[in-house]
Design a protein around this ligand. Structure first.
Ligand code: 5AD
Ligand code: FES
Length: 356
């Protein structure tokens, strides 16, 4: 059997042991085999999304966070982090600008910041929806109660990104302080799904103590959860964390895992992340050729971009939204894909969406 067919079969049907063995085998694969895997992944999404690469406008609206994830540059305990919050008006000005540039999806991302009460989040979401009813709103603001998630949904948020970070509980506890619970995080994802969100989960690649076995658990967890989107990007150390000085991975392994995710779930929405573009100047283009089909350029005000620093050397912190957009859509077209500014819903969700 050809390597790509073998890999697709294991990743779709194998158990934890078989998947861990496949991941180990993939690391050792020849260049020809790796290329075959990328080609198979690229082909797997074409029946559903063609050559479209969906654009989401990312607004990083708060760099305050009450959590202390060990890997993250804006964790509460980092006294050197510069903190900012965008007001409702500033967020609306970002979405107005983004809408004029053509974006029809906005991702509001921030640390877990209690300043933004549920009332305020709902107020912001409904204000964006009122002004731009043709847009989808994605929230990425961490772990909340079922009731809070329900309120945001009723206010008009349709999608939610919450990376599970690692499906192994033991691994999770090595990356997070004791107060944070992997069970609760997974429960949040199930709650979001039950409410009706299009949900995104995901994990970092080559985070400290990650193994082929923990990765196999990630694949099995995702196969069971069946999210609409999976965000993965390389772990990149931040200088003010306990993981400072660790080596950044190369882009190779992230690309292989992207391809395996695409083969496991051909309809998934799969971003080529900024973190991948940070460790490899051509990382995002390579990701598209390995099955990724979403990009999330930054719409945050230029003055604050360098302060939403989850990891070191983040790219695009000096560009205006319009510059980033032009750069990225040019690069995508040059790589042979089609920049797509529609809402970019998951294929299984198209009927549910209003026909604007
Ligand atoms: N390197 C790479 N990704 C990171 N994230 C947080 N810190 C880092 C880091 N140092 C990721 C986490 C989080 C997402 C918003 O960013 O997976 O869920
Ligand atoms: Fe931001 Fe190229 S994508 S500058």
């Amino acid at each position: 059997m050809l390597f790509a067919d073998f890999a697709a079969n294991i990743i779709q049907h194998g158990d934890a042991q078989a998947i861990a063995a496949l991941i180990a085998r993939t690391r050792q694969a020849s260049q020809t085999e790796k290329q075959a895997l990328f080609n198979a992944a690229d082909a797997a999404r074409r029946p559903y999304y063609g050559k479209s690469i969906f654009f989401r406008g990312l607004i990083e609206f708060s760099s305050f966070c009450k959590n202390n994830c060990y890997y993250c540059g804006i964790r509460a305990g980092n006294d050197s982090a510069v903190r900012y919050r965008l007001s409702k008006e500033e967020i609306l000005s970002c979405t107005d600008k983004g809408h004029a540039l053509g974006f029809r999806t906005f991702v509001l991302q921030g640390g877990e910041d209690p300043y933004y009460t549920d009332d305020l989040i709902c107020d912001i979401v409904s204000a964006i929806k009122d002004k731009h009813p043709d847009c989808a709103i994605t929230l990425s603001i961490g772990e909340k109660s079922y009731e809070s998630y329900r309120r945001y949904f009723e206010a008009g948020a349709e999608r939610y990104l919450l990376r599970h970070e690692t499906a192994s509980n033991a691994h999770y506890h090595k990356l997070h302080p004791a107060q944070m619970s992997p069970e609760h995080r997974k429960q949040c994802l199930r709650d979001l799904q039950e409410i009706g969100y299009q949900v995104g989960a995901g994990f970092m690649v080559e985070s400290p103590w990650q193994t082929d076995e923990t990765l196999a658990q990630d694949f099995l967890f995702l196969r069971d959860l069946q999210p609409h989107m999976i965000g993965i990007g390389p772990f990149i150390p931040h200088h003010d964390t306990q993981f400072a000085g660790m080596k950044s991975p190369s882009s190779d392994f992230t690309l292989l895992l992207l391809a395996l995710l695409r083969l496991m779930m051909p309809k998934i929405l799969l971003p080529a992340t900024t973190a991948l573009g940070t460790i490899d100047p051509l990382g995002r283009e390579k990701a598209l050729r390995a099955g990724a089909n979403v990009v999330m350029p930054n719409l945050s005000p230029k003055a604050h971009r360098k302060d939403y620093l989850l990891y070191d050397n983040k790219i695009c912190t000096g560009e205006e939204a319009a510059e980033c957009l032009q750069c990225l859509s040019g690069r995508i077209a040059f790589a042979g894909f089609k920049p797509d500014f529609s809402r970019g819903d998951h294929v299984d969700c198209l009927e549910r969406v209003h026909p604007l």
